[in-house]
Write a protein that binds this ligand. Structure first.
Ligand code: NZQ
Ligand code: ZN
Length: 392
């Protein structure tokens, strides 16, 4: 077991009608003017935005609005948000939406609180030293950004999708009402389930000596999400199932399932981020499409771990042959992804890169040969290229 530092300062307000608490929570944060940041319109259609405004009005809290965040949130809107916040003297950002809206809010928060170009933090040439406070009303269980220290932004100049991790951006509060996720299209719900599972799987596949408690939490979290994804597929309005998935989404990315295992692998996420940047695919679907190719490529480096995953999570029988069991687990996960209508190849994802695009993906993902990705097996540009190719 490794030493660890588990930091989760976000207050969670969970349950039906919890969005009505938002005025009180912003008031408690002592802020005067809020930027309400949202996406392409679902929050208007569902009436959520009106309810948020009513709650702020009741507490006499001023606000300005900025919508238009798209999945794989863009840097250009972040710049607009920074300008608006400075002009309007905004001191709190309320993200009403999913991971894209929350990440855009975090980037705006950095831009307002730090001098210079905010992209530097994503290009990793500087680190942020502050962020203005952020609150969240979550409408999709997926990215876990409501409790994570990260944000991921796409720069249209070169279509680079890059992340920035820092504790400054952690949300002050996150309002989680599972009912709000019932209006999601099935595809987005299932993308979310994959992402939630993957945040724990990335932490699970590691070379650090595992901690039994963390392993068991991780294995059960994945199993609970799989079970409830199947329920929601048939009963989109099942509150209990939506609630299980939503809480799993936050716990899966707040560090809990990585305590004592030092970081995790994260190669599948790095591989997906390039797909998202170049082809604008949904994050969860991109992860489902690439995972098995990654798993088959690296499996031999830690076959015991893959065998444990197969037996404890995917219910593969223990044949006594780790390699056989590991393969059983990967195939079972592919079958699961297919059963919830998620892609298990790039072509099923709707992406058919040309030869030069495979090279470009590998170039970008390896930072043009300057970094390796992954921990189970450190992957070079050449390895990355093969994993993309094997996923076609
Ligand atoms: O924009 P609107 O109209 O709201 O539509 C959204 C969007 O099209 C829709 N939606 C959300 N809630 C809805 C709804 N539609 C109907 N009813 C609702 N209740 O769903 C679509 C997807 O939303 P998005 O915010 O993009 O989804 P998600 O939460 O999956 O976020 C994905 C982004 O988060 C990043 C991903 O890379 C991607 O850019 N990630 C962020 C992480 C973090 N900050 O910790 C970690 C993750 O690994 C991930 O990389
Ligand atoms: Zn993710």
């Amino acid at each position: 077991m490794e030493n660890f530092n588990y930091y989760t300062p976000t207050q969670i307000v969970f349950g039906k009608k919890s969005e009505e608490e938002v005025g009180k929570l912003v008031e408690k944060a002592g802020c005067k003017k809020v930027l309400i940041h949202y996406g392409s319109g679902s929050v208007i259609k569902t009436g959520l935005l009106d309810r948020v405004i009513t709650s702020l009005d009741e507490k006499g809290i001023a606000y300005v609005l900025l919508g238009g965040v798209v999945p794989n949130p863009r840097l250009s809107l972040v710049y607009q948000g920074i300008e608006l916040c400075k002009k309007e003297q905004v001191d709190f950002i309320l993200a009403v939406g999913g991971g894209s809206v929350i990440d855009s809010s975090k980037a705006i928060g950095y831009g307002v609180a730090n001098e210079g170009d905010v992209w530097d933090f994503y290009a990793k040439t500087r680190v942020p030293e502050a962020c203005i406070p952020i609150g969240v009303i979550l409408t999709i269980a997926a990215a876990g950004s409501e409790m994570s220290n990260s944000s991921v932004i796409t720069n249209e100049n070169g279509w680079l999708k890059r992340g920035c991790n820092s504790d400054y951006c952690r949300a002050k509060f996150a309002i989680l009402n599972p009912e709000l996720t019932m209006t999601l299209p099935e595809y987005q719900t299932m993308c979310g389930c994959v992402d939630i599972m993957m945040h724990t799987m990335e932490r699970y596949f590691t070379t650090a000596s595992p901690m039994e408690l963390t392993d068991r939490i991780a294995e059960d979290l994945i199993r609970v999400v799989m079970k409830n994804a199947k329920i929601v597929l048939n009963e989109p309005d099942n509150y209990e199932a939506r609630a299980e998935i939503m809480w799993a989404g936050s716990l899966s990315h707040n560090g809990l399932t990585g305590c004592g295992t030092e970081g995790g692998d994260w190669a599948s996420h790095q591989l997906e981020h390039e797909l998202g940047g170049m082809f604008d695919v949904a994050h969860g679907a991109g992860l489902a499409a690439i995972w098995a190719s990654w798993a088959r490529y690296v499996m031999d480096a830690d076959v015991k771990r893959f065998a444990q995953f197969a037996r404890n999570v995917m219910e593969c029988p223990d044949t006594g042959n780790d390699k056989e069991d590991a393969i059983c687990g990967i195939e079972a996960m592919e079958r699961f992804y297919s059963s919830i209508n998620m892609p298990i190849s790039l072509s099923e994802l709707g992406v058919e890169p040309k030869e030069e695009q495979y090279t470009e993906l590998a170039e970008k993902c390896s930072f043009f040969g300057k970094r390796t990705i992954g921990v189970v097996k450190k992957l070079t540009k050449e390895d990355i290229y093969k994993i993309y190719k094997n996923a076609q």
